[in-house]
Every structure is written in C-alpha cells, then in structure tokens.
Design a protein around this ligand. Structure first.
Ligand code: CU
Length: 360
C-alpha cells in the first residue's frame, strides 16, 4: 500500500511506477471504487492510497529488477515552472539485485508517466473517480440544494497605480479572483474572531459575496489580451444557515491563460457532482450530474478551460476559507470564505475561544 501526498506548492503532479499498474482505493481520506491505472494525477494538497502488486513474472524473467518511481508536473499554465522529474526506485529483493544495480544509470525511463501536457490523461483519470457508495460507506451527496453559487476562478492583470513599478506582464501587476473579487484578509483580526465576538464586523468583512459572475462573458474562450483583466478587492463572504446544502460551480477563465486550479475547501468535505470542458450551462449541465456515487474529497482540480460543480452540507459552524491550492494564486487573492451559522443545539454551535487564545 502506498500513501501518496502531493506536498508541492505550485504543481499538479503525475506519479507512476515503471512496468507496474496501480490500484486506486482512496482519495482525500474517503474510499473510492477501486480501479487500475498506469499513473495518477494529484493536485497540491490532494492525497491518495494506491495498492501495488509486485510483478512476479518480472522476477522470474530476471530482465530488470529496478524500476523507476517517477513524478513530474502536469503542466497547464503558460507561466515558467520547474520541469524536473523526481525519481525513486522500486528494487525487488532477490539474490541477483546487487548485480542489477549496476544498470541504474540507464534505467530511468518510465513509459507509464504521462507527458507533462497530457490533458487527456489527467481529465480521464479524474473522471474515473467514484465514491465507494456501499452500505457500510454510503455516499451522502446532497440530492437537493438550498443555494447554487456560480463563481469564476481567474487570474487578473491589474493596471499599475501611478508612480509605481509593476513587474507583471505588460508592466501590470498579477492578481487573482473569484467572481472578480480578489480576496483581502483583514490584517488586525481574524474574520472568525470578528464574527464570533461581533467586533466591528462591517469593518472587516461584508456578507455579499456575488453568487453569480458579475459580468457574463465567454469565460473559457476569450482572447485575454483584448480584455480588461482588472479585478476588485474586498473581503466578501457568503453566509449560510446551519445544515444548508450548498452547490458551488467553479468556472475557469481564459484570463492570462486557461489553467487547472486545485480548489480547496476548509471545514467540509464535498462531492464533485459534475465536471466539464468549456462554459458551465445552468440549463443543461445539472441534469448530467452524478448524484449516485460522486467522489468525496476536499480539493478538486478544476479542469483547464472547464468547470467543476461541488456540493456540500454546511454543518460545521464557523468561518471557512475556499482557495486555490497553488500558493501563488492564493497570495494573489484567488479565494473566498463562507460562514456557517450555529445550529439549534450546543453540539451544532461554535465553541468559545480558548482562555489562552493569543491576542495579536
Ligand atoms: Cu489557481
């Protein structure tokens, strides 16, 4: 059993072992229907468990006893990136292993590892993931929703303020946003503390995160260089009653470039009920959702130039961050937050701050 975690900050990664197949049994700490694959793709923050069957045919043939274990980026962006391949080795423990180690230098190739721009493999792999949905491990995907939020996930190119120097493309400055809101974290107090203690809340955040893109356009098809790619700034939050069933549709855009964004939700697992390439269509796409055995996870790689729809039950009171797991994009503002209000019973309510909670 192999437990794989993508701990990189900037790259979706492919992972494969030469001459061996992998059986996927778990993602983000929930079981999936097992399936066999030659490679996996993990976004930053995603985890998975694989079963590896050692290949006794290879041992008896004694052709090679050393197999590269490789990981390299799944590249969807036009930005510069580290294109190196990380390599370890699977070495079979036999009496002839020592002599085989001399072949290490010319045994680095791994035909199972997809090419760095293999969009098809990444898309097909993620669409194979299905919850186990057994009587023992049922799939509790919300069948009905109380609210649907459709949000763009964008990079932005901001006009440079007067008398400033900006180092981004065309002398501008990079930002990122959801529904054209680049998220600003309050500097003097956390949103949670402001909310819980009811301290000057209007000074730190507002409960008006846009529930639809403020300007409709051909999200995945625009020529970015002909567009105004400025964003707005704020700390706009979505407020939900306890127990609400929320759907969020994450729509990639072509601003700067279409790209796979790994969107991570704090405080809740969610179900990936639908994915597609191009623009989400609210009339047609929900009818094709998987509401039987969608994968349950905490980070979804929104397809490059496409969309993903996730559903969750908001049953964890508090303030929760939703953000891109590419570190740079989060620092540019590709984030939002939602408040889940207290439920009727004490077990459905926020706990008080600890006595020793440090003050800023
Ligand atoms: Cu991103």
């Amino acid at each position: 059993m192999l437990r794989i975690i993508n701990a990189a900050m900037s790259d979706e990664l492919y992972f494969a072992i030469a001459n061996h197949t992998l059986t996927v049994v778990e993602i983000d700490a929930t079981y999936v229907k097992p399936f066999t694959t030659t490679a996996i793709m993990l976004t930053p923050g995603q985890t998975t468990t694989l079963l590896l069957h050692t290949n006794h045919t290879i041992i008896s043939n004694n052709s090679s006893l050393i197999f590269p274990i490789s990981a390299r980026p799944y590249r969807t962006s036009v930005f510069p990136f580290d294109n190196s391949t990380a390599i370890g080795f699977l070495i079979y423990n036999t009496t002839t292993t020592t002599s085989s180690r001399s072949s290490l230098d010319h045994n680095l190739s791994n035909d199972n590892l997809p090419e760095m721009e293999d969009l098809k493999f990444a898309t097909q792999f993620s669409w194979k993931l299905r919850s186990l949905a057994s009587p023992q491990f049922p799939c509790k995907v919300p069948q009905e929703i109380d609210k649907r939020v459709v949000t763009t996930i964008s990079l932005n190119l901001q006009d440079c303020p007067a008398n400033s120097t900006c180092m981004g493309f065309n002398g501008k400055r990079y930002f990122a946003s959801m529904n054209n809101q680049s998220f600003v974290r309050p500097s003097s107090i956390s949103i949670l503390e402001s909310y819980y203690k009811n301290i000057n809340t209007s000074e730190y955040y507002s409960l008006d995160f846009p529930e639809n893109p403020p300007n409709a356009f051909n999200y995945s098809g625009v020529d970015p260089l002909k567009e105004n790619m400025n964003t707005e700034f704020g700390t706009k939050i979505l407020a939900l009653p306890y127990g609400a069933n929320l759907e969020i549709v994450l729509q990639d855009t072509g601003f700067l470039n279409v790209e796979n964004h790994p969107i991570h939700v704090h405080g809740h697992n969610f179900f990936v009920v639908g994915q597609g390439i191009g623009n989400f269509n609210v009339e047609d796409d929900p009818g094709n959702y998987n509401l039987v055995d969608p994968p349950e996870r905490n980070t979804v790689g929104v397809p490059k130039g496409g969309w993903a729809a996730i559903r969750l039950k908001a049953d964890n009171p508090g303030v929760w961050f939703v953000h891109c797991h590419l570190e740079e994009h989060t620092t540019w503002g590709l984030a939002m937050a939602f408040i889940v209000k207290d439920g009727p019973s004490p077990s459905q309510s926020l706990l008080p701050f600890p006595q020793d909670f440090p003050s800023c």
